[in-house]
Design a protein around this ligand. Structure first.
Ligand code: MRU
Length: 344
């Protein structure tokens, strides 16, 4: 198990590394029912699209046990799925994992014990596959990074955001594993500070050189020639290649274009949503104003000021050099390339 594995199933309950406490404290929380998993996702104790999907899958296992005590098992299970699904709207991996789980268990809708067994196996498969998929993304992405030089990333698309290894940070890990000398420039990622709290922590733990910058320093860093590429994760990739990712990603893509830098998105196929034609159709989560008006619980803005707090933005496909998936690098035209990933 990696140092920053986000979740573990012990056969009975789900154990999550509480990401709201990092980097000051390494605290694990135990979820024994689906309500605890739903709360942990909502409060971002577990976050990052693939990690949310895997956590929700285990949440459904816990919910199935609760539902098996009811006469209307299947309806109760569907209610559990809806509770988990409604926690965070942008990351499509959440719906992807729940739908995959429900589809597997549907034949056992009248046999709760069989359904629980199938759901438990499927959640384990989702978690295991996630790590394998990230390693494959790493293998396809590593050759795209420079032999030596800076790479800028945003938010946290690492082991913490997946089950382990990471997508964007998986690409960086794989490049380092193949002997490349990479220095990561991590944007702090206001307002939730995933870059400062999580990416800096996880790279430091692995001994990968990392320099933390505030989000508004990205232009300076690019202008000074300190980075040669940008690689970020994704919460949802629309059919035309538009990408929803952590707020601030769009600005970075434009800056990268202006500076002639390649801008890569690393994402598993479970993040690709062909049912959403373009970025306009991606629901963007809005979070509490206090995330903006306070820093570590301390008010930093006048009371009562209007606040906007979208958690994600959409980067139009035209700014994206390539989307690195576990099946290979997809380059424009994205509509054809992304659809081909799902051809049988
Ligand atoms: O709000 P978060 O922390 O869940 O947002 C995470 C991101 O935006 C990640 O870049 C994305 O989920 C990809 S994680 C492999």
């Amino acid at each position: 198990m990696g140092k920053c594995r986000s979740l573990t199933w012990d056969g009975e309950k789900l154990v999550l590394l509480d990401q709201t406490k990092l980097p000051r404290e390494v605290v694990y929380i135990t979820c024994r029912d689906h309500g605890q998993v739903a709360a942990a996702i909502k409060e971002m104790k577990v976050r990052g699209a693939p990690a949310i999907g895997a956590a929700a899958a285990y949440g459904l296992v816990l919910g199935a046990r609760e539902a098996s005590l009811r006469a209307d098992f299947w309806d109760a299970l569907l209610e559990v799925a809806e509770t988990l699904r409604s926690t965070r709207p942008t990351a499509v991996n959440l719906a992807w994992a729940l739908d995959r789980m429900l589809q597997k268990a549907a034949v056992f809708r009248d046999n709760p014990q069989e359904a629980i067994a199938v759901l438990t196996r499927e959640a384990a498969a989702i978690a295991l596959e996630d790590v394998e998929v990230n390693r494959a993304i790493g293998r396809y992405g590593a050759p795209l990074l420079p032999q030596e030089g800076g790479v800028l990333t945003h938010c946290n698309a690492g082991a913490l955001a997946t089950v382990d290894y990471g997508t964007a940070l998986g690409v960086i890990r794989a490049a380092v594993e193949m002997g490349k000398k990479i220095r990561v420039f991590a944007c702090e990622t206001r307002p939730f500070l995933q870059g400062a709290r999580l990416t800096a922590y996880e790279l430091q733990a692995d001994g990968i050189p990392v320099t933390l910058i505030t989000d508004n320093m990205a232009g300076y860093v690019m202008g000074r020639g300190l980075v040669e590429a940008v690689v970020v994760g994704a919460d949802r990739v629309a059919a035309n290649g538009d990408v929803a990712n952590k707020i601030g990603t769009y600005s970075l893509a434009i800056l990268a274009r202006e500076h002639g830098l390649p801008f890569y998105v690393a994402a598993p196929c479970s993040t690709i949503d062909l049912a959403t034609p373009d970025g306009q159709g991606i629901p963007i989560e809005e979070r509490a104003p206090t995330e903006v008006s306070q820093l570590a619980g301390i008010p930093i803005a006048p009371e009562g000021v209007d606040i906007l707090n979208p958690a994600f933005d959409v980067t139009p496909a035209k700014y994206i050099t390539g989307i690195i998936t576990e099946k290979g690098l997809i380059q424009p035209p994205y509509t054809e390339g992304l659809a081909a990933l799902f051809d049988k």
